[in-house]
Every structure is written in C-alpha cells, then in structure tokens.
Design a binder for this molecule. Structure first.
Ligand code: SAH
Length: 219
C-alpha cells in the first residue's frame, strides 16, 4: 500500500469511529477542514523511524521518554471539538511529537505548544521547523501555568491527563473559547471534557468520551 492509500484508510477508520461514538460526542462527522488537515499532515514524520510502517494505524505509538503520539481518531476529535477558526491563536499543553500542533497549524493563525520534557520539546521544535511549519512556537516548560506572554487564547487543548482543570488555563482562555482536556486519574480511563467560557467568563462543561492519556506531570 502506498502512503496515500494508508492515509485514506486512516481517514476512513476515523470516519467509522466517529459514527460509532456519535452518541458520546454528539458529532457524526468531522468538520471537512479538520479531515483535510488530517490528510495533509504526514504522521509518519512524527513517529520513530522503526515504527514508520505503523504510522497510519489508528493507535497511539511510543515516541520515547515514556510518552506517546495520540491515536489519530483522538487527535481528529479534539481538533474538531475545538472548532478552530482561521484567525485563532491556540495553546497546546503537551507538544510530544508535534503532530497535534501540526494539524492545528493548518487550521488557525498561530499555535503555541508547551512540552515539559526537554528532549521532546527540542525534537518537536526542530522537526516542525524542518518540515516548514512557520506558525508554531514550541517552548519547554510546565504547561500547567499556560503561556502568559501570549494569553488569552481562542482555544486551549491539553493532551495529557490532569487530575483537575488547571485554573490558570481557564484564566488564559478568551470568552467564547473552548478548553479541551482529559481529566481523571493517570493511566486509567479519564473523561475528555469540553469547557466553554461564555461572555461573562462563566464555564459550561460537557463530558465527551472516556479516554486514556499519559499524565500531566509538574515541574
Ligand atoms: N500532542 C502530542 C501527544 C503528546 S503525549 C502529540 O501530538 O504527539 C503528552 C505529552 O504531554 C508528553 O510528551 C508529556 O511529556 C507532556 N506533558 C506532560 N505534562 C506536561 C506539562 N505539565 N506541561 C507540558 N507538557 C506536559
């Protein structure tokens, strides 16, 4: 199978999983622009070379330092739940491989992404630069504290499981913005939440789906 065919198969699998989980997510299909971004970003570039053959399987894969690149369906779902718009400035906590940031970067104006493990932050920064993603900035640090210099954000996406929603991230979200975050105990099943901030700064929360993420750690 060519890479093109593998990507098409991946998109088809995401589509099928979308229809299976419709009862949870309230969404029966991906936004077309999110699907297009999933088609355009080569996941193979973001996985270790020895796992290249599995790059388009709908599964998380190890990226070193005990961390993983998320399952494509979850990346698509979280991106979709964010409802990204062209002019948006988005914060990601948990850059990992840089794959989720790459997907987002095709849909919004600017992506800021934070990674706590220095070696992963460094690798994601170099890779994204080499691949020509010009609207992503990677920083090494503890994303629990957000990124005050560029706040507030139109949307925030956390790709590691937190015991609670970090209050600072809620402060760094614009009114009308969405925060997508898995909350619960590490290494078991967490709940993927969408928290939306209204014009008065009041949050509404929707539980979307049980998920399993690596833990959000602290510096
Ligand atoms: N979005 C990533 C998936 C990364 S897995 C991708 O597309 O590949 C979650 C990542 O969050 C791991 O790399 C982990 O090191 C990082 N992480 C955990 N706690 C963090 C924190 N407090 N701040 C920033 N990154 C954190």
């Amino acid at each position: 199978m060519s890479n093109r065919q593998k990507i098409d198969a991946m998109l088809q699998t995401i589509d099928i999983e979308y229809s299976y989980t419709k009862g949870f997510t309230g969404r029966s299909s991906l936004l077309p622009e999110v699907m297009e971004a999933m088609r355009l970003v080569s996941r193979q570039d973001f996985v270790p070379p020895n796992l290249a053959a599995m790059a388009y399987e709908n599964t998380p894969l190890p990226i070193g330092k005990g961390q993983t690149i998320s399952q494509p369906f979850i990346v698509a779902l979280m991106t979709d739940l964010l409802c990204p718009k062209k002019g948006d400035v988005i914060l990601e906590v948990g850059a990992g491989s840089g794959y989720q940031a790459a997907i987002l970067s095709l849909l919004v104006r600017q992506v800021y992404t934070i990674e706590i493990i220095p070696a992963l932050a460094e690798r994601a920064r170099e890779l994204l630069q080499r691949l020509g993603y010009g609207n992503i900035e990677v920083r090494q640090g503890d994303g629990y504290n957000g990124w005050p210099e560029y706040a507030p954000f139109d949307g925030i996406i956390v790709t590691a499981a937190a015991a609670h929603v970090p209050p600072i991230l809620k402060e760094q979200l614009k009114s009308g913005g969405k925060l997508i975050i898995p909350v619960g105990s590490p290494y078991v099943v967490q709940e993927l939440l969408v928290q939306e901030k209204d014009e008065k700064g009041i949050f509404s929360t929707r539980n979307v789906l049980p998920v399993s993420f690596v833990p959000l750690t602290r510096e």
